[in-house]
Design a protein around this ligand. Structure first.
Ligand code: NAG
Ligand code: NAG
Ligand code: NAG
Ligand code: NAG
Length: 385
């Protein structure tokens, strides 16, 4: 006669499973964390632009904080007027407008004198700093001998934009994306061609702010998961992540959760999860960025909303390796619309299904992680419309 299953054993094994899941055998490593601080903010500022929050790897060096609160090269200071300043080793001081600490780590900078193009044409350089441009674009600056009228550039079929802070009297300074510029196409003197770290990929003119990103230390994914990022020990330079939600409950609370919520919860959750998962899958759509999102991103980058696609979705888009002839399967430009570099033989490109626009695989992957739509036509591959 077959023996009946013993219910006590089943509950005991469920309990063991839950204990194992909720109570890690080794405690999470703690990191050294300082408080979040900020400069007072300038009283003349728009009230909606609160001063950027300063936390690891940034720190305020001339104000109260210890160097153990931040990373080398990330020290900020406050002006007497309350603004936040970053000193770049080879180009002087910049005011910090916002800092994005999550996923794509970035910092948005402005010229304290309100004319970033003057800095770009001057000694602007990231040499010796911890930063690189988030979206590098080449622009050519022109000094034209006609009045300051934006239309005088565009009427010749060129997307030139007036640079008001450099234009004066009978001379007008224009910026043109170098991609659209050919020598002699304007009755102007060429000043310089420089790389401009744009804050947003679609901007075709040089604005008052630039955005930079950094690779080390990498706290973005830690913060995105809700963890704390900081030095692992009191005197080392190794950076770690701790307190990711789900591992930080006190021991007694965990037992409470296991016994009180765990067992009935497990059964409910399994049923509910399969139902909800089905619903979510049916309704999931990437969100399109709109003008409001753009200005929010620029004004307050400390609040991030991920609008991008996940890795498996991105990987599912077709890849093409270029041959020696660099010929694309569809008629397409031979420059990557994102980095504006010409495709080279043997490079790997990715195309967006439906619209068949091609990009360098590295460029488009980075883009799609932040935005769910094609950078050229704004088509969302998952959008049936
Ligand atoms: C670069 O220019 C800024 C002002 O535009 C100045 O403060 C800074 O000292 C200059 N740096 C170097 C290395 O010349
Ligand atoms: C543009 O050219 C004029 C005449 O050569 C000169 O006076 C002016 O300073 C130039 N502007 C810039 C920004 O170089
Ligand atoms: C601009 O040009 C006009 C005519 O050539 C001249 O009269 C005027 O003084 C110039 N203005 C400046 C600020 O140089
Ligand atoms: C860091 O501190 C510990 C204990 O305070 C000490 O044993 C160790 O030698 C220190 N390491 C360095 C690189 O200073």
């Amino acid at each position: 006669m077959p023996s009946l299953p013993r219910p006590n054993l089943t509950i005991a094994s469920l309990l063991a499973l839950f204990t194992h899941l909720l109570l890690p055998q080794t405690p999470a490593t703690a990191v050294q964390v300082c408080g979040i601080v900020s400069c007072p903010g300038s009283p003349t500022n728009d009230l909606s632009l609160s001063p950027p929050l300063v936390q690891f790897p940034f720190w305020l060096n001339r104000q109260r904080q210890s160097p153990r609160c931040g990373y080398q090269g990330f020290d900020l200071s406050c002006t007497p007027g309350g603004d936040t300043l970053l000193q770049l080793p080879s180009s002087g001081e910049f005011s910090v407008k916002s800092i994005n600490y999550y996923s794509t780590q970035s910092i948005t900078l402005a010229d304290p004198d309100g004319c970033f193009p003057r800095r770009l044409l001057g000694n602007f350089s990231l040499t010796g700093s911890a930063f690189r441009p988030l979206i590098p674009r080449r622009f050519t600056f022109l000094n034209c001998s006609y009045g300051a009228d934006r239309s005088s550039g565009t009427s010749q079929g060129m997307p030139a934009t007036l640079v008001p802070c450099l234009s004066e009297g009978n001379y007008t300074v224009m910026s043109v994306p170098t991609r659209y510029y050919s020598e002699g196409s304007y009755p102007c003197e060429e000043l310089a061609t420089v790389v401009v770290p744009l804050p947003w990929p679609f901007w075709s003119d040089v604005e008052d702010v630039i955005s930079l990103t950094w690779d080390v230390p990498d706290c973005g994914s830690c913060r995105k998961r809700g963890g704390l990022c900081g030095y692992k020990s009191v005197n080392g330079t190794e950076v770690g992540c701790s307190n990711v939600p789900g591992t930080g409950l006190p021991r007694s609370a965990k037992y409470g959760v296991v016994l009180g919520v765990g067992i009935p919860g497990l059964l409910c959750v399994i049923g509910l999860a399969s139902f909800v998962f089905g619903k979510i899958k049916a309704h999931r759509r990437p969100t399109r960025p709109n003008a409001a999102d753009v200005s929010n991103l620029i004004a307050a980058q400390s609040v991030t909303i991920s609008m991008g696609l996940d890795r498996p979705t991105i990987e599912s888009y077709p890849k093409t390796q270029l041959g020696e002839s660099r010929r694309l399967p569809e008629p397409n430009d031979i420059t990557c619309p994102i980095c504006l570099c010409e495709y080279q033989p043997k490079e790997t490109l990715r195309s967006i299904p439906d619209c068949n626009h091609y990009f360098h695989v590295d460029c488009i992957d980075e883009w799609l992680r932040l935005n769910g739509t094609c950078p050229l036509c704004r088509n969302s591959p998952e959008d049936p419309s």
